[in-house]
Structures are given as C-alpha cells and as structure tokens.
Design a protein around this ligand. Sequence first.
Ligand SMILES: Nc1ncnc2c1ncn2[C@@H]1O[C@H](COP(=O)(O)OP(=O)(O)OP(=O)(O)O)[C@@H](O)[C@H]1O
Ligand SMILES: [Mg+2]
Length: 142
Amino acid sequence: MQAVMCAIQREVDVYVAINRGRALSTAIGFDDIDRTRIEIVILELTRNLLAHAGGGTLLLEPASQDGRNGLTVEARDTGPGIPDIALAMRDGFSTAHTLGAGLPGVQRLMDDFSIESTVGAGTAVRATKWLPVRAQRERRRL
Ligand SMILES: Nc1ncnc2c1ncn2[C@@H]1O[C@H](COP(=O)(O)OP(=O)(O)OP(=O)(O)O)[C@@H](O)[C@H]1O
Ligand SMILES: [Mg+2]
C-alpha cells in the first residue's frame, strides 16, 4: 500500500484528505469506529494547517511494526511554529479564540502521538493508529 501526500492550501483540500484517509483506513482493515477517529484526526490536523500555519502538507502513511499494521497521519508545515508545546496540548488552549480541543483530541483518538516544532521554521505533528490485534488476525484468515 502506497503512502498518500495531500497539499493542504484551501478548505476543499481538507475534505479531499479525509476521503483519502477513509480509503486507506478501509484498505488497512480499520472498523467504522476507528475510521471515524482517523477522519476526525485528519480534519483537526488539516484545519490547524490552514488556521495556524497558512497551509502545509498531510502525509497518510501505512505503518507496520512488530507484525502489526496501522496508519500514520503526519501534518507538516513551514509556519510560525509552536513556542510552548505543553501549553498547546492543554484542553481549551487556543491562540485563535476557538475551542482549543484539536491537538489534545488528536492525542486521545490515536495510539502514538508526537509534535516537533521550531519557532520560525515550522511544525510536524505525527499520530499513529494501530489495528487492534483481533481485527488483524481476522484479516489474515481472509
Ligand atoms: N500547525 C501549527 N502551527 C502553529 N501553531 C499551531 C499549529 N497547530 C496548533 N497550533 C497552536 O496550538 C494551539 C492549540 O491547537 P488546537 O488544535 O488544540 O486548538 P485550536 O486550533 O486553537 O482550536 P480548535 O482546534 O479547537 O478549533 C493553537 O491555538 C495554535 O496556537
Ligand atoms: Mg485546532
């Protein structure tokens, strides 16, 4: 399965990325609930690219580790960066006067999560969802 790279410059790109994410999640074997989680994550990360960084790119990358399959969603930009990552991760913190629920929500919805950011250079947010072991066993039997 191929990784998919989406340029995120306008609102419509958000929906294109969500569609691509849904197709990849289905191909990997995620159930409806996990697929919805992944779609919300793509929505939040791409909205952040538009709202806080003037756009960027979203990478959807099939992952595998210790015999387990998953999907990594990575948002990258060359925007202003995040000066205090711990603060940005707090529920309710927003510099845009919006809910401030995006990043902490993304962390809760996924299994692995990391942010790298340099002020003045940009931000990369990476989050991976792993296929539950049971779903993976069922797929092998197909
Ligand atoms: N790609 C980014 N570049 C620069 N700053 C960012 C980026 N993503 C998030 N931030 C900073 O982190 C803060 C928290 O992000 P988060 O997504 O949790 O909330 P929000 O986008 O402000 O509001 P919400 O997502 O609830 O509409 C943002 O207000 C912004 O200051
Ligand atoms: Mg947000």
